[in-house]
Design a protein around this ligand. Sequence first.
Ligand code: NAP
Length: 311
Amino acid sequence: MIDVIIIGAGPAGLSAAIYVERTGKHAVCFEKLTVGGQIVNTPEIANYPGIKKTSGFEFSMGLYEQATELGAEVIYDRVNSVVSQDGGTDEASGGGTFFKVSTDSGKEYEAKAVIIATGAKNRHLGLDNEEKLTGRGVSYCATCDGAFFKGKDVAVNGGGNTALEDALFLTNYCNKVYIIHRRDEFRGEPQNLEAVKTKDNIEFVLNSTVAELKGDKALEAVVVKDKNTGEEREIPVSGLFIAIGQEPDNGDFAPVADLDKGGYVVADESCLTKTPGIFVAGDCRTKAVRQLTTAASDGAVAALAACSYIG
Ligand code: NAP
């Protein structure tokens, strides 16, 4: 019987693991992809209190080492179900409720408490060709794939911090970077926007959406549609970096945790879901601010609440 199973080894999940281990209990994180979650792809973090500047990768590795050196385990497998079980007279579970956690590899684990820290996945445009051209010009990660576009013209779609930082990063490699955004105001921080405006090889394509992806074996151009005039323009690019935000992936947990209309897990101040013993932390929960700092903060709150629940 594991004390606390944490679903996800991003900043929220690993922060929770650190706090669980520091209370003397044992944490096992399940991660379907890579430790660090989305932040691993961020080239630069400059807004985490106490750390002036670091990369997403360095930050993630630091979290991972801190958690595992304290005794937390990370298992690379995807959790697909959490079911409450009545422990009855079972001594290992303390006679109370415990949780059966199943994974894609067909394994089952038991835990006294569970923390859902699944983060969010990249939102797709939903265009024809998008899946087919992913990895052939279409990408959701500029830091991972930017270097493949050395000397080429590329576009970034989105107006948040990710899009602005991606565009800045891509100017290091690419001949020209178009920023295609559906409005003329940006969700990203003013500092990022100012930095983008200083670059000669960035062109803004505003009030516009990507209407079509052209290319058969690889991306050759994007067709953008001006939202005000309806006019369409074809822009030849070899790369399109889609940075239009994230969406949660919590459907598997709907039987044990209420989800809001966007699919985020609803919880109270202590990160408790509707099921005693099941907590939620980080970007996957209903909240106003989704930042690294708030993910780490949730991890600490959920872990301490879970440890207090176990007793
Ligand atoms: P985001 O802030 O949600 O921005 C998504 C952008 O994509 C918005 O500009 C949005 O337009 C646009 N968009 C959404 N759906 C679209 C669609 N279907 N078609 C076209 N455009 C669409 O996402 P993000 O930039 O990935 O950032 C997520 C969170 O991480 C934010 O809190 C951000 O501050 C944080 N972050 C922080 C850092 C950092 O601190 N270094 C770096 C990256 C991200 P509208 O504006 O019109 O809605």
